[in-house]
Design a protein around this ligand. Sequence first.
Ligand code: SF4
Ligand code: MG
Length: 329
Amino acid sequence: RGSLLNVENLRVVFYTYRGVIKALNGVRLWLNEEERLAVVGETGCGKSVTALSIMRLIEPPGEITSGKVEFLGEDLLSLPEEEMEKVRGKSISMIFQEPVAALNPVFKVGFQIAEAIAHSQNIPIKDAYQLVPEALTMVGLDWKRTMNLYAHELSGGMAQRVMIAMALAVKPKLLIADEPTSALDVTIQAQILELLDNLVRVGKNAVIFITHDLAVASEFCDRVAVMYAGNVVEVAKSDEIFARPLHPYTVGLIDSIPLVGQRKELKGIAGVVPDLVDPPSGCRFHPRCQKAFERCKVELPDLIEVSENHFVACHLYAAGDQNGSVAES
Ligand code: SF4
Ligand code: MG
């Protein structure tokens, strides 16, 4: 359990014309204050849905059908909407993959930041304006110029800096960053990551960093949670997950990362991401897993701690396993 956030048994579905998408299948996550957790996985594994659920921003045709999102001891899922609005943009803020789209097109940047500050600190907007120069300077922007620009006048990198300024100006306990650099050029990506790294360290914000890039995840974060098809399948410290990946899916992900200076053949992971309208029974990874056995098809493995701070959801590591499999180390 974490001191800041505990997500338990979170289930989310989307009602579509094709059928019900079982997007989250009992997600469990935890986070301590000032800690950085990476959530890693392929497109469609439920990373963003998890983030939006924490913010309670899942909208119809989506629905949170069960679970808890405990933030500082309070279950956000049972708060009245007006209380939740105070949590959003005050205790928890979020930055997205498409920063230009996330900004309001009809208001100038300065106004949007002032409004965010006014909302979070409960102060008049004209007082909040006084704090805008500092917020923009903090993210390396020329505040005089940037204040008066509209979203469409910003480059992708500038827009993401503005989003970061807005998200951190409210001094959130938790920042959720959903693929904040994947829409940016490679050189800009590195600058934005470095900026975030510094600001978050100074601001002592906890971070949930969503990415499909395991290498970036482990570099930026203390711990990594790997998601597959709507479940968290492995959680460990960043160095541990590379040194001793346990879940067959994590092993596959790591094997598919090109190593610098090594002409290693990319293996990828055989098979395709399952259709979550009709997900595989038992362990959702079993149709792609080379180590699958009978039990995998019938029983969803729990996320269990197999060594200190290393959790995995896989029957290979279950205590008292009847199939004679031995936990590998
Ligand atoms: Fe593979 Fe079975 Fe482990 Fe799932 S539970 S990852 S199918 S061995
Ligand atoms: Mg996403």
